[in-house]
Design a protein around this ligand. Structure first.
Ligand SMILES: NC(=O)c1ccc[n+]([C@@H]2O[C@H](COP(=O)([O-])OP(=O)(O)OC[C@H]3O[C@@H](n4cnc5c(N)ncnc54)[C@H](O)[C@@H]3O)[C@@H](O)[C@H]2O)c1
Length: 237
């Protein structure tokens, strides 16, 4: 199951996993868009609001025991922290942090019983280095990184490997919406590009490839890791 698989990195991941032979279910708030991607790759689509535990449980129940869970759904509301509102904080935390808790909580019992699982959480370099204009998002992603490590520890005896990805700036609707915020948005994107060693944005397929690796048995001895897919953004200097 790929959450938030209707667009951006999630859709690229759904396509990649399907191409590698996985039976994919796309869970997304936007069911129509999820169904469109699903139709292309003979996958299933379910309506899923990751901010709601019951919705996460229902999505997992309708899919059956998951071998692979990609916690990808995410959102952001750009702006300097002092200009944001508590309502925005709640939304950003609900999707990016609570969403990962909910879907993981829903998936774990089946994986534990099966004695097998691969969970890949999509965090962000923002969660490691902090991203100006994305304070609460960075806090949520930092939370996802620590959560990933704990669930890797707790999942190990059940055969469940848990890893995270820290993408840098990836060309998707999420990042491009920063442009709607005018000059500050343009600056954020330019600074992000400049902050990578490769001096460019990444493509959703480049992230999907890393997710597919961590979900695969090629990564059977990898757990509790956060893999930067960020053109070297996390490097110092
Ligand atoms: N694009 C980047 O530069 C970038 C960088 C670092 C991390 N990320 C992370 O990668 C992941 C994917 O981001 P993207 O850039 O592809 O974003 P996107 O906006 O293109 O896609 C996000 C998807 O999540 C879905 N979604 C949003 N809220 C949801 C909810 N409550 N329940 C279920 N689905 C929901 C949306 O409908 C959409 O299909 C996110 O976790 C994001 O934080 C992205």
């Amino acid at each position: 199951m790929v959450t938030g698989g209707a667009g951006g990195i999630g859709a690229a991941t759904a396509r990649r996993l399907a191409a590698e032979g996985a039976e994919v279910t796309i869970g997304d708030l936007d069911l129509e868009a999820a169904q469109k991607v699903a139709a292309e790759i003979s996958a299933d689509a379910v309506e899923l609001d990751v901010t709601n535990l019951d919705s996460a449980k229902a999505a997992v129940e309708s899919t059956g025991t998951l071998d692979i869970l990609v916690n990808n759904a995410g959102t952001d509301e750009f702006g300097f922290f002092h200009q944001t509102t508590p309502e925005q904080w709640d939304k950003v935390l609900a999707v990016n942090l609570h969403g990962v808790l909910h879907c993981t909580f829903a998936a774990l019992p089946g994986m534990q019983e099966a004695g097998y699982g691969r969970i890949v959480n999509i965090a962000s370099e923002a969660g490691r280095v902090g991203s100006k204009g994305s304070a609460v998002y960075s806090a949520a992603k930092g939370g996802v990184i620590s959560f990933t490590k704990v669930i890797a520890r707790e999942g190990a005896r059940f055969g469940i490997n848990v890893n995270g990805i820290a993408p840098g700036p990836i060309e998707t609707p999420l990042l491009m919406q920063a442009l709607e915020f005018g000059e500050i948005g343009e600056k954020i994107i330019e600074n992000m590009k400049a902050g990578t060693q490769l001096r460019r944005m990444g493509k959703p397929d480049e992230v999907a490839a890393a997710i597919a690796f961590l979900a695969s048995d090629d990564a059977s001895y990898v757990t509790g890791e956060i893999l930067g897919v960020s053109g070297g953004m996390g490097m110092v200097g």
